[in-house]
Design a protein around this ligand. Structure first.
Ligand code: CA2
Length: 170
């Protein structure tokens, strides 16, 4: 009994001996890719590199698994599919990574869907859109996501995941 009392006093003065475990991230991080990204690696390697979308998805899934998180990777050439998945992410995802490809520069519908999320979201572009044609310089996504990564190649996807996990565990 006495020993217990001493231990209690110490804990009260210095705080608990061990840190409380961080809660597990149970929901997956959604990784959404837009139009034509299914053809990655097949054309324009000087801009987008030679990695295929399926390689990117494997890379992100492996990186996520090492950190105890799951990813759900989805690609569509249709704007409405991306809107539907973003809406789904409101309840089903812990965070969201999006490369909306050309829709980044045109889609108010995707902008509006992203604006309704209250989970960490990162916009990724493989190429540095600011070094390219002027029509790629504006993104409807950027004002409604947590952050933007562009021009760092396919590594941008794992960097985006790290940023989301840092946000979720802070
Ligand atoms: O740099 C990016 O990740 C982009 O989002 C890629 C989009 C482009 O419209 C954006 O401005 C920047 C284009 C994706 C097209 O994907 C291709 C795949 C294979 C070959 C050529 C293009």
């Amino acid at each position: 009994m006495a020993r217990k009392a001493v231990a209690k006093t110490k804990a009260a003065k210095t705080g608990p001996a061990t840190k409380a475990a961080k809660p597990a991230i149970v929901k997956p991080v959604y990784v959404l890719n837009g139009p034509n990204l299914n053809l990655l690696g097949l054309r324009e390697p000087e801009i987008y590199g030679s990695t295929s979308l399926s390689d990117i998805e494997k890379m992100v899934a492996t990186h996520a698994k090492k950190q105890g998180v799951a990813v759900l990777c989805l690609q569509s050439n249709h704007e409405g599919d991306l809107v539907t998945w973003i809406q789904e992410a409101r309840s089903m995802a812990a965070g969201l990574i999006i490369n909306a490809a050309a829709y980044s520069h045109t889609s108010i519908a995707i902008h509006d869907a992203l604006a309704m999320l209250d989970i960490p979201t990162v916009e990724v572009h493989i190429s540095n859109v600011h070094k390219r044609e002027e029509f790629r310089h504006y993104s409807y996504m950027s004002s409604v996501v947590s952050g933007v990564i562009c021009g760092l190649g396919v590594k941008g996807y794992t960097l985006a995941l790290d940023a989301i996990l840092a946000d979720l565990t802070k």
